[in-house]
Design a protein around this ligand. Sequence first.
Ligand code: PNW
Length: 476
Amino acid sequence: MSLPKDFLWGFATAAYQIEGSVDVDGRGASIWDTFSAIPGKIADGSSGAVACDSYKRTAEDIALLKELGASAYRFSIAWTRIIPLGGRNDPVNQAGIDHYVKFVDDLLDAGITPFITLFHWDLPDALDKRYGGLLNREELPLDFEHYARTMFKAIPKCKHWITFNEPWCSAILGYNAGYFAPGHTSDRTKSAVGDSAREPWIAGHNMLVAHGRAVKAYRDDFKPTQGGEIGITLNGDAVYPWDPEDAEDVAACDRKIEFAISWFADPIYFGKYPDSMLAQLGDRLPTFTDEERALVLGSNDFYGMNHYTANYIKHKTSPPPDDDFLGNLETLFYDKAGNCIGPETQSFWLRPHARGFHDLLVWLSKRYNFPKIYVTENGTSLKGENDLPREKIVEDDFRVQYFDDYVKAMAKARTEQGVDVRGYMAWSLLDNYEWAEGFETRFGVTYVDYANGQTRHPKKSAKSLKPLFDSLIEKE
Ligand code: PNW
C-alpha cells in the first residue's frame, strides 16, 4: 500500500473562516458578512470579523505549515478583496491583489505548493443585491470569469486552481435550507425570500457555467504560458444500503451520490445532468444551452474531492415533496441490522467511517474513467472538544485515528483499485469559523486560542501527518 513519489499533502483553509480583517485594505462585504450579522443565523452569534486573524499572520501560518512538514497548502481568495463590488465593470483593488501575490511568493519560498480556491462561498454582497448573485444566469458567469482572469494574470506562479468549493453547499444550504448565506428558503419563518424547490437548481446551474467560463479563459489565455491546471471541488458522502437485501435501497445509494456529486460531475464529464435528477426534478432543472454545455463538458483538469462521512440510505416510497434535494431517500446512522456507521462528532452530519472514503474513491473513479484526483478536504470535529481545557484539546487522539484510517483507506484505493489520487489536504490547518456553527466546532489540527490573541497551538494530529505520509509515499 503506497502513494506516488510526487504526492502532495498538506492542509486546507478558506478566506472567510480564517482571515478576519474584513474592513482592511479596501475589502468589500460578502454575503457571509451580511448573513452572520442577522440575529439567530449563527450558533454563537459570531462572525468572521476577526476569526484566526490570518490576514495579518501570514508569516506565522506559513511557519506553521513548514513546521508540520506540509508540501501543499490550499487556501481561498476573498473575491471582495480583489473586486470589492464584485462585477466586471467595478474597480479592482490593487492592495488585495498584492496581499495574495506576496502570500504565494512566501509559500513558494518556504517550499510549499499553493492550491488556490477562487470561490469558497463568500460571494460579493453587492452582486447579491445588484442582480441576485448566484441566481443570475447571464451576469454571474461573466463576473466570475472576470474575477478569475484577474487572479490568473496576477498569480502566474500558482499551478493549481480550484474554481468553486462545494457548489452543493452554496446551492442547497444557501437556497433550500437557508442554513448558509444568503439564507434563502421557502420556510417563511426563516426567510422572507426563497423558493426551495427551484432556486437551488438554478444556483447550481449558474455555478457550473461560471466554472466552465473560468476554465475556458484559463485554457485559452493562461495555461499555454503558465502550464497549470484547473478543476472544481465537489463534496459528497459515502453510502451504504439500510437493507442490503432490498434492491430499492441499493438503487437509492447511487441516487444519493448522483444528487450530491453527479449533479455537477456528470455535466462536466458527460455533458448532461443525471437521469435520476431529470426524472425527479423535471423542468425545475435548467436545460443547458448548446453554448453552456460546450463550456462545461470536459472542464476538469482534475477532480477536487472533499470528503468527511458516510450514511446508510433507505429509499422512500411516497412521492418526494417539491423541496426534496436528496433523491427521495433517508440518510441514517444505523442500518436495518442495528449497525452504527460511526461515532458521534461535534458536527451533526459527520460520523467517521474510513471504508466509505475508499469505496467512494472507487465509485467516482469507475464512473468518471479514473480522473486525476486531489483530495482537497478531509477531517473531523470532536464531540465536546470546545468544552475542554487547552491541555486536553491538543491531545486529540480521535482526530489522529481519523487521519490514520482515512489516509490509509485512500492509499489502499490507489494501490488495489488504481484510483489516481495525487494529493491530500487535511481540513483544517487551524480551528476556524465553522460557518453557521460559529467557533463552537473546531476542525483544526492546530488549536487557536480566540480569547487570547488568536495564538496557535498544534494538536497531536498536526504532528501525526508527516510520519504517516512519510511511511506511505514511495521513495523512488
Ligand atoms: C466543508 N454538511 O463544508 C467546507 O468546505 C468547509 O469550509 C467546512 O469548514 C468543512 O467542510 C467542515 O464543515 C461542509 O452540512 C459543511 O453536510 C457542511 C456540510 C458539508 C460540508
